[in-house]
Design a protein around this ligand. Structure first.
Ligand SMILES: *Cc1c(COP(=O)(O)O)cnc(C)c1O
Length: 394
């Protein structure tokens, strides 16, 4: 049985997990073109156009590397291109994804120094500043932060992280994971002095999984000249050399690149400022629904609220996974599960990517009906609170 035959429910499935996200028809149609010769004369033009437009999405003038890999590959590329075995790295463990990146760093023979949080807020900027100020010998070679922690719905303030690094006059590189924030939440690679930005295709970029990215600063390129971690597939140098003419050193994900071309054009046509405002507005409507239900948002600091997803705590003694199962069964909607220490404690509402007001209201309506069906204590009126907010803020 093919994957699309498994669901007998009428209407469209609601894919409201925080990635992969809904892929717009225009992107699907773009990918539905014959695969072309990736070394032929037409390909270079397409490659150059995509690379130029992509820089605007990262808000950088510098190079952006595209890998045919999930986001995890771009994590590895960021570390192996810039660091050497035994290097100390300062990592902010803000949630599940930050912890996975840190585990990768250990496997790559880096020596992470942690700054932990309670998974209810973004990175602790004061603690970063203090750790760097103490490191007078400059043993710490990189600071790693996940911009938007997809497991908790908390967004770290990268501008403030940069300011803390500058105040400490510390030369460490700044490596930032934007896999669930790029093209959803304002993010400025150049203005914030980020050295490597890690991103993926399947979240704000509205594509299927399969592509990931590194935006690279001049300082990171310099670090790559002396970095000693073994790297081959992930090496920026052959990639950047081939990209000069719009080509790739190995077979690129040709049809995913057609989709990327379409997705980036859609984002630029809407205007990044409008894309960010749309996400902010949907996030605020979602939080109003959660509060009206009498439930609690996982993020405890309003300055760190995420505009790409909202993690919602279920009342003590109730199962978030059972609620999600009921909603899938009765209403044909997928919501994100709780990860790590939040397993079964939260469900996550993805409101990033290609999403309209009506899709969001459908999502919140489905959750409200699901809360009722699953017997989770709540007040009615969450979806109405979101309608009131959206209708008043057209
Ligand atoms: C989804 C995600 C990842 C993992 O990316 P994959 O594409 O699954 O490898 C890493 N970090 C963050 C913040 C994410 O949201």
């Amino acid at each position: 049985m093919a994957y699309y035959e498994t669901s007998r429910a009428p209407g469209r499935h609601f894919l409201q997990i925080p990635g992969p996200t809904n892929v717009p028809d225009r992107v699907l149609r773009a990918m539905d073109n014959p695969t072309m010769d990736h070394r032929g004369p037409d390909f270079g033009r397409l490659g150059l156009e995509i690379l130029a437009n992509l820089r605007r999405v990262f808000q950088t003038e510098g190079p952006v590397v595209i890998y045919p890999a999930s986001g995890t590959g771009a994590w590895e590329a960021a570390l192996t291109n810039t660091l050497s075995p035994g290097d100390a790295v300062l990592m902010c463990r803000t949630g599940w994804f930050a912890s996975l990146w840190q585990e990768m760093a250990v496997r790559l023979q880096l020596v992470p120094q942690f700054i932990d949080t309670d998974w209810r807020r973004g990175a602790d900027v004061d603690a970063i500043g203090a750790a760097l100020a103490k490191d007078t010998a400059h043993r710490i070679k990189a600071v790693c932060v996940v911009h938007n922690e997809t497991s908790t719905g908390c967004t770290s303030r990268i501008d403030e992280v940069r300011a803390a690094m500058d105040a400490a006059r510390h030369p460490a590189l700044l490596l930032v994971d934007t896999i669930s924030s790029l093209a959803s939440i304002d993010y400025r690679h150049d203005a914030w002095g980020v050295d490597v930005t890690v991103a993926g295709s399947q979240k704000g970029l509205m594509l299927p999984p399969g592509l990931s990215f590194n935006a690279v600063s001049a300082k990171a390129l310099k670090a790559a000249e002396s970095a000693k971690l073994p790297r081959s597939y992930w090496d920026w140098r052959p990639m950047l050399a081939a990209n000069e003419t719009g080509y790739f050193p190995y077979t690129p994900g040709t049809n995913l690149l057609y989709g990327l071309d379409a997705a980036v054009k859609m984002l630029l046509e809407e205007g990044l400022v409008n894309v960010f405002a749309r996400h902010d507005r949907h996030a605020e409507a979602t939080r109003r629904a959660v509060r009206a239900w009498g439930l609690e948002v996982q993020c405890a600091d309003p300055r760190h609220y995420s505009s790409s997803l909202t993690a919602v705590r279920v009342p003590e003694g109730h199962s978030a996974d059972r609620l999600r199962a009921v909603i899938l069964e009765k209403y044909n909607m997928s919501l994100g599960n709780g990860l790590g220490q939040l397993k079964d404690r939260v469900f996550r509402i993805g409101h990033l990517g290609d999403l309209s007001d009506l899709q969001l209201i459908g999502t919140l309506g489905g959750i409200e009906m699901g809360l009722r069906a699953a017997g989770v204590p709540h007040r009615a009126g969450g979806a109405q609170a979101a309608i009131d907010y959206l209708a008043g803020n057209a």
